[in-house]
Design a protein around this ligand. Structure first.
Ligand SMILES: [Zn+2]
Length: 296
C-alpha cells in the first residue's frame, strides 16, 4: 500500500506538515471531494505521478505526496480535466535562466489596481516578439468558483508552475496576479520551439475560476463587477484591441479548433486557449464576446 506525506498549504503560503497517511485515506479524500457540491476539488499534479492536491473553499490547499514516488511514465493524469495546464515543457523564468528582463516597451499598467499579489511575482520574463501586437488569452481553471477557491487555486497554480499573470473569480469579483502584465506568464504550451507565452508586445493571460462547459459570462453582469472592468481597462491601456482575431471561443471540446498560427502571431486582440497553436485545451468555453471584451 502506498503511503503519502500530507501537508496543508495555507492561504498565506505557509505549509504545515501533517505526517503520513495511507492510500485508503487518500482514496477516501478523493471520493468525498468528487461528491456533487463538495466544498473541495481534487487535482492531480500534471507532472509528478501520484501527487494530489485538494483545493478547499476555505482557501487552504491540501497536498499529498507518495513517500515512494511511482516511476514517471507520463500516465499520471487520469483525473486531469480539460482546462488543467500540463507543464512538462513549462516556461522557465528569466531568473531561472540567469537572464535579465529586456527594457520594456509596454505602456499599460503592470498591475490591476487592488489585485492580490500571489507568490514571488517572477513567473516569466521579457517577451520574445514584442514587435507583434498585444494580446490577451483567456483560460478557465476547471474548478469551482466562489467562496475562497480563489486562494487555493492560486496556490495550486504556483505549486505546479503554471501561473498566468491574472486570476479572476467571476462569482466574488476577486482578482489576483502572479506577475506583471508586461512580462510573460506560463499557462500555455510552446508551439514547437516558439514560446507562445512570450508572443506579442504583451500576452496577458487570465485564469477564470469555473468550467469551460459553463461559460462564466452566463448570468454575469459587468456592471456589478468593478474588478472585471478594471481588468479590461488595463488590457485596453496595453493596446489590446477589442476583438477576437481567431474567432469566438469554441463552445465544446469537440468543436473545430484550427489554431491559425499566422493569426496568432500577427494579430492583436483576445484569444482563447482554444485558439493558440501548439496547444490542445479548449477553454474558456463559449463566453460572451459582448462581455469579453465588450465595449468600452
Ligand atoms: Zn487554459
Amino acid at each position: 500500500m502506498t503511503t503519502f506525506h500530507a501537508a496543508v498549504v495555507h492561504a498565506d503560503r505557509t505549509v504545515t506538515y501533517c505526517g503520513t497517511v495511507d492510500g485508503d485515506h487518500v482514496d477516501a479524500v478523493r471520493a468525498h471531494a468528487e461528491l456533487a457540491g463538495a466544498p473541495r476539488h481534487v487535482r492531480d499534479h500534471p507532472e509528478q505521478p501520484g501527487v494530489m492536491f485538494v483545493l478547499r473553499d476555505d482557501g487552504n490547499l491540501d497536498w499529498y505526496v507518495p513517500v515512494d514516488p511511482p516511476a514517471a511514465s507520463g500516465g499520471a493524469g487520469a483525473g486531469r480535466q480539460a482546462g488543467a495546464e500540463r507543464t512538462t515543457h513549462r516556461e522557465r523564468t528569466d531568473a531561472e535562466e540567469g537572464a535579465y528582463p529586456a527594457p520594456r516597451a509596454a505602456t499599460g499598467p503592470d498591475y490591476v489596481e487592488g489585485a492580490v499579489r500571489f507568490g514571488g511575482q517572477a513567473i516569466g520574463g521579457a517577451m520574445d516578439h514584442p514587435e507583434n501586437p498585444p494580446r490577451a488569452v483567456w483560460h478557465t481553471t476547471e474548478s469551482p468558483a466562489g467562496a475562497n477557491f480563489f486562494t487555493s487555486m492560486a496556490n495550486f497554480l504556483i505549486s505546479v508552475a503554471s501561473e498566468p499573470q491574472v486570476i479572476y473569480d467571476p462569482v466574488t469579483d476577486k482578482i489576483g496576479q502572479f506577475g506583471p502584465m508586461s512580462l510573460s506568464a506560463r499557462a500555455l504550451r510552446n508551439d514547437g520551439t516558439r514560446r507562445t507565452n512570450r508572443e506579442g508586445l504583451v500576452c496577458v493571460q487570465v485564469e477564470v475560476l469555473g468550467h469551460a462547459a459553463e461559460p462564466f459570462t452566463d448570468n454575469f453582469d459587468p456592471a456589478s463587477k468593478p474588478n472585471f472592468r478594471k481588468l479590461l481597462a488595463a488590457m485596453r491601456a496595453h493596446g489590446i484591441p477589442d476583438n477576437w482575431p481567431a474567432g469566438e471561443p469554441v463552445p465544446t471540446e469537440t468543436s473545430p479548433m484550427p489554431r491559425p498560427r499566422a493569426v496568432w502571431q500577427g494579430q492583436g486582440g483576445h484569444f482563447g486557449h482554444c485558439h493558440v497553436p501548439g496547444n490542445t485545451h479548449w477553454d474558456p468555453g463559449a463566453i460572451s464576446t459582448g462581455i469579453v471584451p465588450g465595449t468600452p
